[in-house]
Design a protein around this ligand. Structure first.
Ligand SMILES: Cc1cc2nc3c(=O)[nH]c(=O)nc-3n(C[C@H](O)[C@H](O)[C@H](O)COP(=O)(O)OP(=O)(O)OC[C@H]3O[C@@H](n4cnc5c(N)ncnc54)[C@H](O)[C@@H]3O)c2cc1C
Length: 171
């Protein structure tokens, strides 16, 4: 396969795995806990590289967002994966609806601000809910009479065991 230079850069993964990683600043209770292994995902390719490693395959896994719904009671004897995938884009729009795609590493409130500033309504009641876009469907975040499920179209996710992409539709 031949890549143009900027395409090639997209595919290079700088994924690293760190040992005995301090999680104090990655959970909102600021509990002092460590992870046996830790890796940050900045590009989708990083994740595809990570899942091939023995550190990933041979350990229990914890996918971490903003750490606002996690209480560590001891060190985590496995690998913590921090999703830092960024991006918010408008996919399409008609007279009544707009479809917005947001990556899991975005902060949830940044997505709310993006929508409100463009004059779109639907998730404004969920403003200031702490945490990430990636955690929002896991938790089905809700506030003031609205839940994420009311506005969610689908979730794209990677299957951990195979690295294949899956799309989960709301209904
Ligand atoms: C002060 C405060 C106010 C809050 N108010 C509300 C509220 O009004 N409404 C409400 O619904 N919640 C509220 N919460 C709870 C919290 O904001 C939500 O649960 C939020 O979705 C957690 O996001 P997070 O990124 O911090 O997730 P984390 O705490 O990091 O993770 C939560 C769960 O999601 C999983 N997860 C995270 N990211 C991913 C990912 N990318 N892929 C797969 N799994 C993932 C984790 O493994 C874990 O099981 C509040 C919390 C606090 C501390």
């Amino acid at each position: 396969m031949i890549f143009a230079r900027n395409e090639l850069l997209e595919y290079i993964s700088y994924m690293t795995i760190q040992k005995d990683y301090d999680l104090t600043n990655l959970n909102t209770f600021q509990i002092k806990a460590k992870a046996k292994f830790f890796s940050e995902i900045e590009k989708e390719q990083d994740f595809l590289e990570l899942i091939k490693t023995l550190e990933f395959r041979n350990n229990q896994k914890l996918f971490l967002g903003g750490g606002s719904n996690i209480l560590f009671t001891k060190d985590f004897d496995g690998i913590v994966i921090l999703n830092k995938l960024k991006g918010i884009e408008i996919l399409k729009e008609d007279d009544e609806n707009v479809w917005i795609k947001a990556m899991g590493g975005e902060m949830w409130n940044d997505l709310v601000l993006f929508s409100v500033q463009k004059g779109y309504w639907g998730i404004e009641n969920l403003s200031l809910v702490p945490g990430t876009v990636g955690a929002s469907p896991v938790q089905n975040i809700g506030a003031y009479g609205i839940e994420l499920k009311d506005v969610l179209e689908n979730v794209e996710a990677y299957e951990v065991s195979t690295g294949s992409k899956k799309v989960f539709s709301r209904g």
